[in-house]
Write a protein that binds this ligand. Structure first.
Ligand SMILES: C[S@@+](CC[C@H](N)C(=O)[O-])C[C@H]1O[C@@H](n2cnc3c(N)ncnc32)[C@H](O)[C@@H]1O
Length: 324
């Protein structure tokens, strides 16, 4: 018997689980990459659906996630390979494992409930715990640059770009200026230090999102180089899929969803030269067929059970034979 979600807090309900399983078009014996294995929730269901001999390659940047999923997926034995690695390197991982192509790739982006709920990891910024929350936010704790490091070193222009590009934050320039002024007085070390500067900036009032949500999201994306990792990971996934294989991506904010949408659309279009270019100079080939014209959100029943699925958006594409 495999553990149920309630047995371990790591195993939060995997978002859009049934929708993902359907989109992955799983068959017995399939080879599947879960590029964000987290607590192994999606992975366990994938392994059940690909029994008796399907194989799962699970990656995660977070060593704690790898340890947790090792425990959770132990009963599947050598059908599972778990590696602490970024999905941006999934092609290199597969080459190392001598797997030439795979049947499906799942990317369930963003942070896990475990990361969000761990006070020491710095992903949580609610005002009650902020004074004790270090500005860390690294998914891979082996790497050196924390949110506090970035806030200490980044130029005002860099800070402004992160807040605008990664979170569409209104008042990005003003906040960047205030951060630079605040750090001259004392380094920003905790979530409370940063929340105080955000409050001073008086930005985003009357908006749907608490501006702190957007600021912390932008910093998390910067700390983990998430935008570049996602572009590279999608490219590596497309190249690793067999013809007819499925690419299934769950994103949690508009910046992520935009990257997924554009990347899938470009790979489905092939040539991306500007209109009226007489001869193709980009060399782009058609490699995908987009299955989801519009992203799929969580259904009402799931939202009642799991409010964290509120922002989840699912996009699916199928690998096709290369064509000009
Ligand atoms: C939403 S959780 C995944 C939850 C998982 N699907 C489950 O069912 O438990 C996202 C996970 O992706 C990991 N992650 C984020 N960016 C990554 C990257 N570039 N490469 C590998 N893992 C990444 C995070 O560390 C986190 O554990």
């Amino acid at each position: 018997m495999h553990s149920t979600p309630k047995q371990n807090e790591f195993f939060h309900r995997p978002a859009l689980l049934e929708e993902c399983l359907t989109a992955l078009a799983l068959q017995p014996g399939a080879i599947v990459v879960d590029g964000t294995v987290g607590g192994g929730g999606h992975a366990a269901a994938i392994l059940e659906r690909t029994a008796p001999d399907g194989r799962l390659i699970g990656l995660d940047l977070d060593g704690e996630a790898i340890r947790e999923s090792q425990q959770r997926l132990e009963s599947f034995g050598d059908r599972v390979t778990l590696i602490q690695e970024s999905f941006r390197n999934l092609d290199a991982v597969l080459a190392h494992l001598e797997i030439p192509e795979v049947d499906a790739v799942l990317l369930d982006l963003g942070v896990s409930s475990h990361q969000l709920d761990s006070p020491t990891r710095g992903f949580r910024f609610s005002s009650e715990t902020a004074a004790d929350t270090p500005l860390d936010m690294r998914m891979d704790q082996r790497s050196g640059t924390t949110a506090a490091d970035l806030l200490r070193r980044a130029s005002p222009e860099q800070l402004e770009n992160w807040f605008s590009d990664y979170a569409d934050l209104p008042g990005a320039r003003k906040l960047a200026r205030l951060i630079v002024a605040a750090r001259r007085r004392a380094p920003l070390r905790t979530a409370a230090d940063l929340r105080a500067v955000i409050a001073d900036a008086r930005i985003g009032r009357g908006r749907r999102h608490d501006p702190a949500t957007l600021v912390f999201q932008a910093l998390r994306v910067a700390v983990n180089d998430e935008a570049n990792a996602l572009s590279e990971g999608l490219e590596a996934a497309i190249e690793s899929l067999r013809v007819g294989g499925q690419l299934v991506v769950l994103s949690y904010h508009s910046g992520e969803d935009r990257v997924v949408k554009h990347r899938m659309r470009d790979a489905a279009r092939g040539c991306t030269c500007p209109p009226r270019t007489p001869v193709c100079i980009c060399g782009g080939k058609v490699r995908l067929r987009v299955i989801t014209r519009r992203p799929i959100p969580a259904g009402d029943a799931e939202l009642r059970e799991n409010p964290r699925a509120r922002s989840a958006r699912l996009r699916v594409a199928e690998r096709v034979a290369e064509a000009s």
